[in-house]
Design a protein around this ligand. Structure first.
Ligand code: SAH
Ligand code: SF4
Length: 414
């Protein structure tokens, strides 16, 4: 397939820790058509009206199209059987139903699946699906690369950054449903109740979403907001907000708004409890320190014992993994009276990383200290290690491969 390359400017790197300006919400296409994925229903109606339909028609058609897009997952106007035969080519001339392009798809022996995806203007990003006994979690990216340079994170080493659009974010969920075969197969003319039961009877694998892929979601707030609204919309992908978690490295000024407006579960990448260590491994800490961050957590709308905040803590050997660190973590959680659980994440090494993963015994002891204080502190089992399913690693592997291919080509030309 030919790659469409348009002159989408990359967002200028704002330096280590400043917010990224929000990109436009529609990525222009070379063929001039507009991708409908990621647009609110009202916007679709407005576009239909601009294209020549009268207001009533535009509203009706937008409702029908929206249902086909998000309930049925169709990606071809011809499949929209309740829309007149003559109308379908009219739509196809002006609009498309996009999906991110799949550059590479990998399947781990433990069931984890990972995709390297590409935007219409040629930027690569990742998505990971992690099946468990009782749930299936899709890890969604919010940006291409990340402007924050956490030193243990591979994405943090990537320079080129562009915010993903709402369509590219929600498109990941749609693509995962495509790949997992999770669209209901029914017809449009059956009653809504039947549709609903058919949906549940589907026994879907994809039950949870975490905004924990590439990028800092709170530095692409508007697009993440719009995308998650479509994911949660009862007429959209209809996933409960209780099954969605947004992970931030600590963009304090955006946290309250996120809680109020999106109202999903919050995960915070804490990773260290001492200023000098967190300053080093999560440089955003120099701007928003630990105390400020934990105060914002305490004020997070909707946080309660039933809806706890998850603190992510990557285990780095001799860096943040001592008993004292664990005790300090407990002290802080209690001091701020936080409804919290802690996820201990074994560091996933990548070529060139300056850290090692803590020893298993050390991680176990760290976890015990947290549990002994009455706080849940499980150790996350690394998943998909055979396919490098950690942040940023598939993209780099693909880049390496293409460099190797280039070298071979150059050698052949000599
Ligand atoms: N930018 C957001 C969300 C994406 S990062 C954030 O930082 O929270 C998602 C999670 O992956 C973070 O908790 C991050 O610390 C973790 N992570 C990144 N690189 C990792 C590595 N090499 N090993 C283990 N966890 C890693
Ligand atoms: Fe960005 Fe999160 Fe990686 Fe830090 S851990 S560099 S914020 S993606």
């Amino acid at each position: 397939m030919r790659r469409i390359v348009t002159a989408t400017p990359l967002i200028p790197l704002p330096g280590q820790i400043d917010p990224v300006p929000v990109a436009r919400d529609i990525t222009p296409r070379e063929d001039g058509r507009v991708d409908l994925i990621g647009l609110p229903k009202k916007r679709i109606a407005a576009l239909f009206e601009e294209a020549g339909l009268d207001a009533k028609q535009a509203k009706l058609r937008s409702r029908q199209v929206f249902h086909w897009l998000y309930h049925r997952g169709v990606s071809d106007f011809e499949a929209m059987t309740d829309i007149g035969k003559a109308m379908r080519p009219w739509l196809a001339e002006r609009f498309v139903i996009g999906r991110p392009e799949v550059v590479e798809a990998q399947h781990s022996s433990d069931g984890t699946r990972k995709w390297l995806l590409r935007t219409a203007d040629g930027h690569d990003f990742e998505m990971v699906f992690i099946p468990d006994a009782d749930r299936g979690t899709l890890c969604v990216s919010s940006q291409v690369g990340c402007t924050l340079n956490c030193t243990f994170c591979h994405t943090g080493t990537m320079r080129l950054v562009r915010n993903l659009t709402p369509g590219e974010i929600v498109g990941q969920v749609m693509l995962a449903r495509d790949a997992l075969g999770e669209w209901p197969k029914g017809r449009m003319d059956i009653p809504e109740e039947e549709t609903a039961s058919e949906y549940r009877a589907d026994g879907r694998l994809l039950t949870n979403i975490v905004m924990m892929g590439m990028g800092e979601p709170l530095y692409n707030y508007d697009n993440v907001h719009d995308a998650l609204k479509l994911v949660m919309d009862a007429e959209g992908l209809a996933l409960s907000r209780r099954r969605i978690t947004l992970s931030t490295s600590g963009v304090v000024p955006m946290m309250e708004r996120c809680g109020q407006e999106i109202n999903v579960n919050l995960a915070v990448s804490l990773h260290a409890v001492r200023k000098e260590v967190r300053d080093e491994i999560v440089p955003l800490n120099r701007k928003y320190g630990i105390e400020e961050l934990l105060e914002a957590c305490a004020a997070y709308p909707g946080a309660s014992n039933a809806r706890r905040i998850t603190f992510e803590y990557v285990m780095l050997k001799d860096k943040n993994d001592s008993d004292e660190d664990a005790h300090e973590l407990v002290r802080l959680i209690k001091h701020y009276n936080l409804p919290a659980k802690v996820n201990l994440i074994p560091f996933n090494p990548w070529p060139g990383a300056h850290y090692e993963c803590s020893d298993p015994d050390r991680i176990r002891r760290f976890s015990e200290i947290i549990f002994e204080a009455g706080i849940s502190g499980p150790v996350r089992t690394p998943r998909g290690r055979d396919i490098d399913a950690a942040c940023g690693q598939l993209r780099t592997a693909a880049e390496k491969k293409s460099r190797a291919e280039r070298d071979r080509e150059a050698a052949a030309a000599r």
